[in-house]
Ligand binder design. Structure first.
Ligand code: GLN
Length: 278
């Protein structure tokens, strides 16, 4: 099969839903995956469109499913990850959060870290890969998400301790203290969910996007409170946040008694990340 043939097939099939650039991105994703699979790459162009695997991918793409879920594959920082609809597709903003942690000179030594709401495991695993001497713990409420995270740990040969627990109601299952607390908690409101793309709303897990109840600060309040007793005095909390709530989130930590707060913008210039210290 030639890349150009795949391109032609996807143009024909998907042009009503996606523009040329989007189709080209999908082709790139699929092509990169095919290169790993000699059986499919050796297909002759005659039977390309009749191949069951490619046919399934095309029908899922036509339904609007993001290509990462179609292929069960995504890239994050220094890792290739398995993803399915039980976990969020890792975002570039979250890579920036990982980068911030790694670029802090204080974070070169042997440290303990907890990732709250690990989903695919992307944050915990990218950090463990870069800092093998760190002791990394990752928790999530969802058993299905943890299956994905464990699979990613094993595929990438990384040793992370995973714990299933509901951080909001049962944080007692984690009783150690940590040098770094990191989280990309659910932070989209129900109103905002109506405005995000179809692929996000229809396929990404709601539990990972929208916090429970009507309080968009619920995870930040709990992380602030919990960290008073679980963050080592010289440690730091790194969080991803909703750009519209950065002031409220900052105040949540200030009111809890934290003195050192630093907000960082993402590559789109939005107030996206917060670092908190005692
Ligand atoms: N930690 C994962 C990520 O950053 C999952 C986040 C979530 O589900 N809210 O993608």
């Amino acid at each position: 099969m030639k890349r150009q043939e795949l391109c032609q097939l996807l143009q024909d099939e998907l042009r009503h839903q996606y523009n040329t650039l989007e189709i080209n991105n999908i082709v790139n994703y699929i092509w990169a995956n095919l290169l790993k699979n000699s059986e499919l790459i050796n297909l002759s162009s005659m039977i390309l469109s009749e191949n069951a695997q490619i046919g399934n991918w095309i029908s899922e793409l036509k339904m609007g499913m993001p290509v990462q879920y179609v292929l069960n594959n995504s890239f994050f920082y220094n890792l290739e990850l398995f993803v399915n609809t039980h976990v969020l597709i890792p975002r570039p903003e979250t890579e920036e959060l990982v980068n911030w942690i790694l670029s802090d000179p204080k974070n070169e030594s042997a440290l303990t870290l907890i990732d709250i709401g690990t989903g695919s495991g992307c944050i915990a695993l990218a950090l463990k890969k870069k800092r093998p001497i760190w002791m990394v713990t990752a928790i999530d409420i969802s058993g299905d998400a943890l299956k994905v995270a464990r699979k990613n740990a094993s595929n990438n040969d990384l040793n992370v301790k995973f714990i299933q627990c509901d951080f909001l109601t049962d944080s007692t299952s984690v009783n150690e203290t940590f040098d770094i607390v990191v989280s990309n908690p659910p932070y989209i409101s129900n109103d905002e969910l109506d405005k995000v793309g179809d692929g996000v709303r229809r396929y990404e897990p709601r539990i990972a996007l929208v916090p429970p109840g009507n309080d968009p600060l619920i995870f930040y309040k709990k992380i602030a409170d919990w960290s008073l007793t679980h963050l080592n005095r010289s440690g730091a909390i790194y969080l991803e946040m909703n750009e519209f709530l950065f002031q409220e989130i900052e105040n949540t930590f200030r009111n809890a008694g934290f003195l050192n707060l630093e907000i960082k913008k993402d590559m789109q210039g939005k107030n996206r990340m917060l670092k908190v210290q005692f």
